[in-house]
Ligand binder design. Structure first.
Ligand SMILES: NC(=O)c1ccc[n+]([C@@H]2O[C@H](COP(=O)([O-])OP(=O)(O)OC[C@H]3O[C@@H](n4cnc5c(N)ncnc54)[C@H](O)[C@@H]3O)[C@@H](O)[C@H]2O)c1
Ligand SMILES: O=C(O)[C@H](O)COP(=O)(O)O
Length: 524
């Protein structure tokens, strides 16, 4: 049973598939009301109200996934979640249209002074001359941030006869041409636009993007809109520009602090505001809740999630193709880590044959997680493996080769430690399973499963019998045994698969047999 805490208002209709699952127990409560049981939840579903801080994550040691029913994840400490191996997903497309429509509604309301006129008529006034506005037709709209929402705003603006001037450092010329907009530098947009709307995420770079200096570069009489994130337009910096009339009006759906309380901007008649309503439509809420609910179900069924912030995106098709190699990678990492139980500096992974054409990043992350698992006390998985490796000073790299050693596919892992290098190679045989085909310089063939015993010895007659006798004396049954050697009479090895794990006493007894040089337990 997986326990899910839903701590913000999320569409119940959208969450229905989760509620219907016998495997999932949903609790709808604010974090502050769930203090006593925070440690029991496997998943947390939020919108923008819940602040998912490092402190909250510390209280939720069982947490495996955080779902954001919406786009912005600036209320989630993604780095702290990643460190703990917690997957963070969002619903990036579900509220795009609603947010674009809200932006447009704000734009029309701003230039036609609809909120002010509305209040006036409700106050029993009829003052038509006080609310003369501007047309949108023929105006220059500056869009800063041209992703999903920015581009939907542009389509609507063109339909209104506006020309669209875009600043987005990551926008290609092709895409801009396709959408009928022109690309400019930030300064150019600031200088020409009659109306400027921001649609970037809130990042270190975009915080205060429209601050004192950039506001001074705008046209006198400019209108500004922020339906993205509070702080992209610096609220304090705006005040003098409103006071001296340089800025004709501002529409804000979002604030640096939400709710904004008694904010000085609220005193201006030409500042119109909504309480973060961009995504607040029945349609958007159903979309985002459905998206995160489906992703959560996939996650708990062990299937790939497609909209993770801290994992590479994987489609179902790609996942099905890499799944087998993902498991093989993990086993290679796990076995290599136990065999090389010394400090290591570098892992080098080589993909050959059919596997080399797949999405190997994910396989490498799985291998890395397998390698780190015996070495770290905390959770390590595909989400945080790279971060944990970096913290421990372990570098890793991927290579591609044609050398398949006669197999259809081959993953080779070389581990560089202090004074020792170890290589293990594996292949996946469809409908048969994973096989380790090369181990520390010796060609061999065994399944990386269960309780394994590695024995390195001199190639002499009678070794198998001696090992069998010792294990028999300790009542340890051998399920399978594979042998290999570099050359007749030279270095040889046995890999035994046992029905139960062996303790140190058994290892010592085996190590005392003449010509046995090394005995290691390997759990796979
Ligand atoms: N008001 C609401 O209720 C509401 C609803 C949905 C989304 N949002 C917010 O709207 C914003 C946009 O969402 P989206 O789905 O379009 O995101 P998106 O990721 O599709 O688009 C963001 C765009 O910003 C661009 N960008 C990034 N850094 C930039 C910079 N320094 N200067 C200029 N451009 C930059 C990116 O290249 C990208 O094209 C986000 O902040 C999101 O949280 C608000
Ligand atoms: O980033 C988003 O998706 C929007 O800001 C919507 O936030 P909300 O889910 O709190 O309405």
């Amino acid at each position: 049973m997986f326990r899910v805490l839903v701590s913000d208002a999320i569409s119940e209709e959208g969450l229905a598939p989760l509620c219907a699952s016998a495997q999932i127990d949903i609790v709808q409560k604010k974090v502050s009301e769930a203090e006593e049981e925070l440690h029991t939840f496997d998943a947390l579903l939020v919108r923008s109200a819940t602040k998912v801080t490092e402190e909250l994550l510390e209280k939720m040691p069982n947490l495996k996934i955080i779902g954001r029913a919406g786009v912005g994840v600036d209320n989630i400490d993604v780095e702290a979640a990643t460190k703990r191996g917690i997957v963070v997903i969002n619903a990036p497309n579900g509220n795009t249209i609603s947010a674009a429509e809200h932006t447009f509604a704000m734009m029309a309301a701003l230039v036609r002074r609809i909120p002010q006129a509305h209040i006036s008529v409700k106050s029993r006034e009829w003052n038509r001359s006080a609310f003369v506005g501007n047309e949108l037709f023929g105006k220059k709209l500056g869009i800063i941030g041209f992703g999903r929402i920015g581009s939907e705003v542009a389509k609507r603006a063109r339909a209104f006869g506006m020309s669209v001037h875009v600043y987005d450092p990551f926008l290609t010329k092709d895409r801009a041409e396709k959408l009928g907009v022109s690309i400019h530098s930030l300064d150019e947009v600031l200088a020409v636009a009659d109306i400027i709307t921001v649609h970037t995420p809130l990042t270190k770079e975009t915080k205060g993007l429209l601050g004192k200096d950039n506001l001074a570069k705008t046209k006198k009489g400019v209108y500004l809109i922020n339906c993205a994130r509070g702080g992209i337009i610096d609220e304090q910096a705006l005040i003098p520009f409103l006071e001296n009339g340089h800025v004709a009006g501002v529409a804000l759906d979002v604030f640096e602090q939400e709710p904004p309380g008694d904010h000085p901007l609220l005193a201006f008649d030409n500042v119109i505001v909504t309480p973060h309503l961009g995504a607040s439509t029945v349609e958007a809420q159903l979309n985002v809740a459905t998206q995160v609910a489906e992703e959560l179900l996939h996650f708990f069924e062990g299937r790939p999630v497609t909209s993770s912030i801290n994992l590479p995106a994987l489609s179902k098709d790609v996942y099905e193709k890499i799944q087998a190699f993902y498991h093989l990678g993990r086993k290679l990492g796990l076995i290599a880590s136990q065999f090389m139980n010394i400090p290591v500096q570098e892992l080098s992974v080589t993909y050959a044959g059919t596997v080399a054409d797949l999405e190997t990043t994910y396989i490498t992350r799985s291998l890395l997680a397998g390698f780190l698992r015996p070495r770290v006390a905390s959770t390590v998985n595909e989400v945080n493996a790279a971060m944990v490796a970096k913290e421990r000073g372990i570098t890793y790299g991927e290579k591609f080769s044609d050398e398949t050693h006669g197999y259809a596919n081959c993953i080779s892992l070389t581990v560089h430690g202090e004074n020792k290098t170890f290589t293990i190679k594996g292949t996946h045989v469809p409908n048969y399973g994973d096989r380790i085909v090369h181990f520390d310089g010796v060609a061999i063939d065994f399944a990386p499963e269960g309780h394994l015993l590695y024995i390195q010895h001199q190639d002499r007659p009678g070794m198998i019998g001696k090992v069998g006798n010792v294990l028999g004396a300790y009542d340890v049954n051998i399920a399978t045994m594979q042998v290999g050697r570099q050359e007749a009479g030279g270095k040889a090895m046995m890999i035994l698969s046992l029905d139960k794990p062996v303790d140190d006493e058994v290892l010592q007894a085996l190590a005392q047999i003449d010509d046995i040089e090394t005995v290691k337990r390997l759990e796979a």
